[in-house]
Design a protein around this ligand. Sequence first.
Ligand code: PBG
Ligand code: ZN
Length: 325
Amino acid sequence: MYYPQFRARRIRGKEVFRNMVRETSLSAHDLIYPMFSAFGKGIKKEISSMPGIYQQSIEHIVEEAQEVHELGVPAVILFGIPETKDAVGSDAYSDTGIIQETIRALKKQVPGLAVITDVCLCEYTDHGHCGVIRDGDVDNDATLELLAKEALSHARAGADMVAPSDMMDGRVMAIREILDENAFHDIPIMSYAVKYASGYYGPFREAAESTPQFGDRRSYQMDPANRLEAVREAQMDIEEGADLIMVKPGLPYLDIVRDMRNEFTLPLAVYNVSGEYSMVKAAAQKGWIDEERVVMETMMSFKRAGANLILTYHAKDVARILKRG
Ligand code: PBG
Ligand code: ZN
């Protein structure tokens, strides 16, 4: 079919046609909103590189979670800023840890909202790495035990789903085992299966106060140059019992999102990370881009690439825009 018999513009000429032939859709159900819960009272501190995103104490988390729920966003994912950090991240698996207390408050006061927890140690260790250190590097197998304890304590506090983000080998199996042994066989695991060592996490590390105090995360997170390795990583997590898999970051890795969609049948999430958010906010503040338009286009690109779920700091804005129509 060639011009002039075929004209691609015919079907674009009227809004009613454009609506009829649209291939991809976006709904508030696709969104997960990340939140930073800080120890203390009366805290609501904006993260300087992430306008509109706050470290907040539990009562403010509950308040915002209520708003998230009313906007039709089904779930939040929680990150914690504990009172104290130590070498083994004790607060992460303490039954009175910051996340455990936050889960209890949310499940009590906003029961309709799903609570997902990030399972990792970097927010709770004084060295800022995602596991325990031995000989200057993160010790995989010693870390597994702690991650499993952490996931279990989240489930005990009432978490609806756990999401390990540490990138240790075998963590999905370790978490699945301990959950099943403790009658939490119905709690799903969303694995950060494909997580790259990325500069786009910069603002998050300010938000979560989790910058590594030495070295970087390249011995456990993936090399941005690798594509086939992503398939192996996801395969491993799926065989260990992951219920959902995630690709992270989002925009610079849409090819990987598409690979995952083509390769696997599991629900697929993508994390539109902090640095992606900060760039959009900064350009919008300068008046260089139309924020609303760029955000909605970005969300659509994730869905088009094959993601079912989007973890994004824009979630409330997107839900508002979708509601308004
Ligand atoms: C912790 C974790 C990180 C993010 C989510 N979980 C940071 C990291 O691995 O350094 C990044 C999220 C973001 O940048 O928005 N393991
Ligand atoms: Zn971590």
